[in-house]
Design a protein around this ligand. Structure first.
Ligand code: BTN
Ligand code: 3PY
Ligand code: ZN
Length: 633
């Protein structure tokens, strides 16, 4: 029956046979592959139970009696119509027109993307998002959008969580059909750290739209509109919402930094409008926009650009809530906030509090505060499972106005500093980051330019170099690779270019490319790459999602794929067991595919034998199973 069913299945007939297909249509394979998948999962659980997860060993651990995250129940059987229906029925321009025509302060929930990227090193797993999605659809259908994809989540999914980011998107989309999904796209840098050939960016955007992204927030790490067009055009082509985005830096009232004044931002807003943006994004990635300046900037952009404005900030300083309210008063159309349990600090301001603050005003959000509390209650239990990834940042820090690090980079750079033995010298790193920024001519700092400034700052502190040393043509400095790359022009150009003297010093006379980097990158032959991958992975087909994943991150994707061979669909494990394995006596239920559930009981573990091997005894759907693992603990 297996072979017969398989051969008749349309997906197979269409030649779309992939590993995902196997995971999603198990009944057809129910003979050997199913047992194989179970064996793979048991192998993973046994290994983690014996040796621990490399990322959580030695880190803070969730309390044994911690409450399990249980998603809120849906308050209605059929999710009410939301922004997604508007987009589907009338298209992206209608979404933008509707934003301008209505009064409510529109709300984007960032919990599933920037919230955990900024608080938990991007480690939230898909299962914790997918379990929440039906309750979002049913109880929070008034949300403008749910940011759940892009930024750092793409590579972290493959690299650290051993799961497919595309599948995450597909599953969220399916379970939340009425609210627009939103992603963060680094323009020509895709969801990576470097410029990709134009056709790779185009292919990636088309696939993201197809798999389930509705709103694309497109930004460039040097605010170079010229370098955003390929990505923006691809979004426009896809029929989805194009949010062309300004990154905010500095302080528009600071007379010592006239480069980033009101005129600069208004001009960029107008350029983005001319480039076809439906919505104007204002991305304050470090949380530098102060309330007074927000009022001025929003008003100017509203008056002089005329697009609906979507504001994003971070609460590192502790006053971002006030900035959001000032922006709301000045007429901003939509704002980003994170569910209470994932808000504050380097993340976004608190969603529930913004809803309450505007509740009886004409900007009231229309969201149900009781539903928000229920949802946040779920996120609180989810967050607790990831305590190994908490940064330990304990209080708001006005130091952010000195260093201007993005919220998503802050904790990451701190960890990098720790690994170099510089943790005690963090405040020097902060000062060096500010100095490195000046060396490069005061640039926008956001992925990937923020990483370059961070690399430079760490180098300056560890080698005891001052800004003057770095700039002195007579002092020998060996610059980090990322700095050389940026000076070559591979991330594009900032307004006014990089200071000639530092370019000269870093490149030792080599001429930089000051044109759009993509202009000189030859297109990738997509079908030839697909064929190469089929050969390399010995499979019949590589679908477009896998192909685009590989094109963004060849090595990361390849490693992910090899581990998938060994461990199977570990994305289906509860988070507690993914990071900590199982205890003897513990029982879990794992749904590895629609209609296929594994009942797994961990019975016992042996001592290590002479070869250093431990036997882990399981019961799988009532049948005894033993897995041997090398004890490396
Ligand atoms: C940002 O908002 O610019 C930062 C987002 C993600 C930061 C990534 S994490 C790995 C790498 N190292 C850095 O310092 N930045 C990037
Ligand atoms: C990212 O690119 O990941 C960001 O969050 C930028 O702020
Ligand atoms: Zn952000």
């Amino acid at each position: 029956a297996f072979v017969e069913n398989l051969l008749k299945h349309p997906t197979f007939l269409n030649n779309e046979y992939t590993t995902k297909f196997i995971d999603e249509t198990p009944a057809l394979f129910d003979f050997k592959p199913r047992r194989d998948r179970a064996t793979k999962i048991l192998t993973y659980l046994a290994d983690i139970s014996v040796n621990g997860h490399p990322e959580t060993v030695g880190r803070s651990q969730p309390a044994a009696e911690a409450r399990k995250p249980i998603a809120p129940k849906a308050h209605n059987a059929v999710p009410p119509a939301g922004t997604r229906q508007l987009l589907e029925a009338k298209g992206p321009q209608a979404v933008a027109d509707w934003m301008l025509a209505q009064k409510q302060l529109l709300i984007t929930d960032t919990t599933m993307r920037d919230g955990h990227q900024s608080l938990l090193a991007t480690r939230m797993r898909s299962i914790d998002m997918i379990n929440a999605a039906p309750a979002y659809a049913a109880n929070l259908s008034q949300l403008f959008s749910v940011e759940c994809w892009g930024g750092a989540t793409f590579d972290v999914a493959y690299r650290f969580l051993q799961e497919c980011p595309w599948q995450r998107l597909r599953d969220i989309r399916e379970k939340m059909p009425n609210i627009m999904t939103q992603m963060l796209l680094r323009a020509s840098n895709g969801v990576g750290y470097t410029n990709y050939p134009d056709n790779v960016v185009q292919s990636f955007v088309a696939q993201a739209a197809d798999t389930g992204v509705d709103v694309f927030r497109v930004f460039d790490s040097l605010n170079w509109v010229e370098n955003m067009r390929v990505a923006m055009d691809a979004v426009l082509e896809s029929g989805k919402v194009c949010e062309g985005t300004i990154c905010y830096t500095g302080d528009l009232l600071d007379p010592t930094r006239p480069k980033y004044d009101l005129k600069y931002y208004v001009k960029m807003g107008q350029d983005l409008k001319a480039a076809g943006a439906h919505i104007l994004g204002l991305k304050d990635m470090a949380g530098l926009l102060k309330p007074t300046q927000a009022a001025m900037l929003i008003k100017a952009l509203k008056d002089e650009v005329g697009l609906p404005i979507h504001f994003h900030t971070h609460d590192t300083s502790g006053i971002a809530g006030a900035t959001i309210l000032a922006a709301a008063d000045a007429g901003v159309d939509a704002v980003d906030v994170a569910m209470d349990a994932f808000s504050g600090g380097t993340s976004q301001p608190c969603l529930g509090s913004i809803v309450e603050a505007t509740r009886f005003s004409e900007r009231n959000t229309g969201l149900d505060i009781a539903a928000i509390r229920e949802m946040s209650n779920y996120w609180e239990a989810v967050r607790h499972q990831y305590s190994a990834f908490e940064s330990g940042l304990e209080a708001p820090a006005s130091e952010v106005y000195l260093h201007e690090m993005p919220g998503g980079q802050f904790t990451n750079l701190k960890a990098q500093a720790r690994s170099l033995g510089l943790e005690e010298r963090w405040h020097e790193v902060a000062q060096a980051y500010a100095d490195a920024n000046q060396v490069f001519g005061d640039i926008v700092k956001v992925t990937p330019s923020s990483k370059v400034v961070g690399d430079m700052a760490l180098m300056m502190v560890s080698q005891g170099l001052t800004r003057a040393d770095v700039e002195n043509p007579k002092t020998e400095v060996s610059f980090p690779d990322s700095v050389i790359d940026m000076m070559r022009g591979n991330l594009g150009q900032p307004p006014g270019g990089f200071p000639a003297a530092i370019v000269q010093k870093v490149l030792k006379g080599e001429k930089p490319n000051v044109e759009r980097p993509g202009k000189h990158l030859p297109p990738v032959d997509l079908e030839a790459t697909r064929a190469e991958l089929c050969a390399k992975f010995e499979c019949d087909e590589i679908d477009n999602e896998d192909l685009n994943g590989y094109l963004m991150y060849p090595k990361v994707y390849t490693d992910y794929r090899a581990r998938h061979e060994t461990y199977g669909p570990v994305r289906t494990l509860p988070t507690q067991n993914f990071f900590y394995g199982m205890e003897p006596g513990e029982e879990i239920s794992v749904s590895i595919a629609e209609g296929v559930t594994l009942e797994i009981r961990c019975q016992a573990m042996s001592e290590a034998n002479e070869e250093g091997e431990v036997k882990v005894f399981f019961e799988l759907n009532g049948q005894p199973r033993t897995v041997r693992v090398a004890d490396r603990s």
